[in-house]
Design a protein around this ligand. Structure first.
Ligand code: HEM
Length: 481
């Protein structure tokens, strides 16, 4: 097919896109060659800032289909009947690397799912791990700095990473996952996803239960060996992107079973008393034996984006986006994230980033936000202020129709290190692994810690020891070799 005639961005036909307008064949150039000027100017502005974390990623569209009835837990309309389908957009990512970094690096993977529901966008921006490194958002910028480059050398620094982890024992659970086989998944299709935080579900009777979201891969878990991950980083740094794109293009659509764990408020109190764990602590999981997973539906990805920058790079997920029937929890980390994402996107994409096709809800939206750069949807002739009314205009959503939370405690800054159990679950994860898996885990850790000072090594070894003496022994032995 013949491509359409070239035009300027204003639609004016371009006569010649090969030869600049010059005074005589040798030049100089004439300033009135507006096409040349516009072409160079736009090129200079092609990049937007990369995401401050999760910069390298891949996205695809799909559908979520309800397979099981959870209307007893939530009134969210997307779950209202079995068979109901909701359009979705998913972005997978690595976390610490830059936009051009290798897909196979040892790192958690982002697993961000957007549901374009009839009541607005619900974004579940989770990871491929059910837990996280820290439990207080005030530590997030420091933690991320240790995963990025050293300010002086511009090199990644094992010392920075282990210095942080060794002084933050709450990270041990996630560190154990990171250095296990799951730290190098074989592309994005063969890994599970987790909402990770504790969220709420609210039913039509106004009852709240606590919930954790799970996405179980139907492709089966597949990980890369540490050696293959390193080899692929050189041979095919875009390995995961290529794998996802090709699978969808050939009709081999990846699917995940969507499941929930549910904890009632009464159960929470009993469970917390029994285990000593906090149900809102992101460094912990809820054991499946205590809270079995309940099937909800299936997520399938079946359409590649038509344009990477427009749809994947400009995609803006926010944990704050929940629809009526879904809600937050008191998890401090989640609370921090409710602020962080929209703020990052105001800077990274722009004031009106929600107007872009990948971000705009599929249902109508009305508010009094107006103007700003790139206002694609500006409310037309609609009133740009709200008159004072006794009640809001919607019965539910964003604080309306939700049962209240009981909050108590003195305002203060609480250092829970040393008072909370950061070791049992990390030890349980270690003990769950086969001998061969434990061997690979401790080899990966020893290799990563080898050039770190003995002081940091000793601190970290003490944490491994408290999780399981065999864990510490194996790492210590390998550090000596
Ligand atoms: C307080 C802790 C955290 C803060 C302050 C934080 C902040 C951020 C920021 C600013 C971005 C970039 C957003 C953008 O520019 O679009 C981001 C991306 C992301 N974060 Fe977090 N984050 C935190 C914890 C977490 C946790 C615990 C998870 C997973 C459970 C997570 C998953 C993600 C994902 C998947 C993305 C990429 C979303 C996409 O694909 O566009 N983050 N985070």
């Amino acid at each position: 097919m013949k491509s359409p005639a070239l035009t300027t961005a204003s639609g004016i036909p371009v006569a010649d896109n090969q030869n600049s307008l010059t005074a005589g064949p040798r030049g100089p150039l004439l300033l009135q060659d507006f096409h040349l000027i516009e072409k160079l100017q736009h090129f200079n502005r092609e990049r937007i800032p990369e995401r401050v974390v999760h910069a390298k990623g891949s996205g695809a569209y799909g559908t979520f289909t309800v397979t099981n009835d959870i209307t007893g837990f939530t009134k969210a309309k997307l779950f209202s009947e079995i068979g109901k389908q909701t359009e979705t957009f998913v972005r997978f990512s690595t976390v610490g690397g830059e936009r051009g970094s290798a897909d196979t690096e040892r790192d958690p993977r982002g697993f961000a799912v957007r549901f374009y529901t009839e009541e607005g966008n619900w974004d579940l921006a989770g990871n491929n791990t059910p837990m996280f490194f820290i439990k207080d958002p005030i530590k997030f910028p420091d933690f991320v700095h240790t995963q990025k480059r050293c300010p002086q050398t511009n090199l990644k620094s094992a010392t920075m990473m282990w210095d942080f982890w060794s002084k933050a024992p709450e990270s041990l659970h996630q560190v154990t996952m990171l250095f296990s086989d799951r730290g190098t998944p074989d592309g994005y299709r063969h890994m599970d996803g987790f909402g990770s935080h504790t969220f709420s579900l609210i039913n039509a009777g106004g009852e709240r239960v606590w919930v954790k979201w799970h996405f179980k891969t139907q492709q089966g878990i597949k990980n890369l060996s540490a050696a293959d991950a390193v080899r692929l980083a050189g041979e095919d740094p875009d390995y995961a992107q290529r794998d996802l794109l090709d699978a969808i293009a050939r009709g081999d659509f990846p699917r995940w079973n969507v499941m929930i764990q549910v904890m009632r408020e009464g159960e929470r109190r009993v469970w917390e008393m029994r285990t000593g764990w906090n149900a809102f602590d992101l460094t912990k999981v809820w054991p499946h034996a205590d809270f079995p997973r309940i099937p909800v539906g299936v997520l399938e990805l079946h359409r590649n984006p038509a344009n990477y920058h427009a749809e994947v790079e400009q995609a803006a997920f926010s944990p704050a986006n929940v629809v009526p029937g879904l809600g937050y929890s008191p998890d401090k980390m989640l609370q921090g994230r409710l602020f962080a994402y929209h703020d990052a996107q105001l800077y990274r994409v722009g004031t009106n980033h929600q107007h872009l096709p990948v971000n705009r809800p599929r249902c109508p939206f009305h508010n009094q936000q107006r103007d700003g750069a790139m206002a694609l949807e500006n409310g037309g002739a609609a009133q740009n202020y709200e008159t004072v009314e006794a009640n809001g205009s919607a019965a539910e959503g964003m604080g309306h129709g939700e049962p209240g939370w009981e909050l108590h405690g003195k305002a203060g800054r609480y250092d829970e290190r040393g008072t909370e159990d950061d070791y049992t679950q990390a030890g349980n994860l270690f003990r769950l692994m086969s001998e061969a898996e434990q061997d690979r885990l401790t080899t990966n850790i020893a290799n990563a810690m080898r050039n770190v000072s003995s002081q940091i090594q000793e601190l970290q070894l003490a944490h491994f020891h408290r999780a399981d003496p065999a864990y510490a022994r194996a790492v210590q032995q390998k550090l000596k070799n």
